[in-house]
Design a protein around this ligand. Structure first.
Ligand code: ATR
Length: 265
């Protein structure tokens, strides 16, 4: 029996146990995957992580508000994948070569979900709305696919900071005002938190073939806007499944066939 946890605060809503148990069943592995509440401070997080792995735990997922704390911990005492380094955040922990190792599978999960929906990313023009943690995690995996990324953010300086940090020719920063220009994108991705907080946003005159909202489980004004234009749309449920699949495969060495796994949103 292999033991896994997802650490967060709050954590009751997490679908990760259901998802990982479905993966385990599909590949014939006996696992226990539990939700782990943690008080919102660095010391508690560190204590939970240390106790879990000292007790023989195999892998931990990290969710809000600890992804940056997990990054700091791996940065100071362990090791980080390139994706986790550039994202400045960790969502997957394990012990590797006797050291805590942090990865971030969120951005690769987004890319896998897009590819599995038949969305080609090579040399494609992609707009991302938002310049927070969700965007930061998605940039490197999207660039690795050969995509050209335009980041639109309410606070232009934050988008410019991302462009400076990644220092890549296929990356540009824009203010939300520029959404009023007649520009066409292959894909537009909503990575702002406006959807979750229920705030309205002006999506301007931009058009796209395909619109992807990283959020799921709530009606999305963003998806409704682009569906109206005739764009294909997807919410972020597939990203959740794919980031989990990547973590599960990293931990167990198994390969999950998603067509053999049924997980309801
Ligand atoms: P996350 O980690 O989920 O990305 P975050 O770091 O808090 O969350 O970032 C939220 C993003 O949503 C930011 O890009 C924010 O824009 P600002 O940088 O200007 O704050 C964006 N955002 C939140 N509410 C918004 C709104 N009503 N309109 C436009 N952008 C919004």
């Amino acid at each position: 029996m292999q033991h896994f946890i997802v650490i967060g605060n709050p954590i009751n809503h997490s679908k990760s146990p259901q998802i990982h148990h479905a993966f385990a069943e599909s590949v014939g592995l006996d696992i226990c995957y539990q939700r782990q509440f943690c008080p919102d401070n660095k010391d508690s997080f560190e204590a939970v992580v240390q106790a879990f792995f000292a007790g023989g735990g195999v892998g931990a997922n990290v969710t809000l508000p600890f992804k940056e704390t997990a990054h700091q911990l791996c940065h100071s005492t362990g090791a980080l994948s390139d994706d986790a380094k550039m994202a400045g955040a960790v969502n997957t922990l394990m012990v590797r070569d006797g050291k805590l190792y942090g990865d971030n599978t969120d951005g690769r999960g987004l890319v896998s979900d897009l590819l599995s929906q038949g969305i080609d990313l090579t040399n494609k023009k992609i707009a991302i709305l938002g310049a927070g943690g969700a965007t930061r995690g998605a940039i490197l995996p999207l660039l690795h696919q050969g995509a050209h990324l335009a980041i639109y953010n309410r606070t232009l300086a934050k988008a410019e900071q991302l462009v400076q940090d990644f220092n890549h020719p296929n990356l540009s920063a824009h203010s939300l005002d520029e959404l009023q220009q007649d520009t066409h994108f292959d894909v537009i991705i909503n990575a702002t938190s406006a959807t979750t907080t229920g705030q309205s946003m002006d999506f301007g005159r931009i058009t796209a073939d395909f619109a992807y909202d990283m959020m799921y489980g709530k009606p999305s004004a963003f998806l409704a806007h682009f569906a109206n234009q005739g764009a294909g749309t997807s919410d972020g449920f597939g990203m959740l499944i794919h980031q989990a699949k990547l973590a599960f495969e990293l931990w167990t060495g198994a390969t999950v066939d998603l067509s053999a796994v049924a997980i309801a949103p």
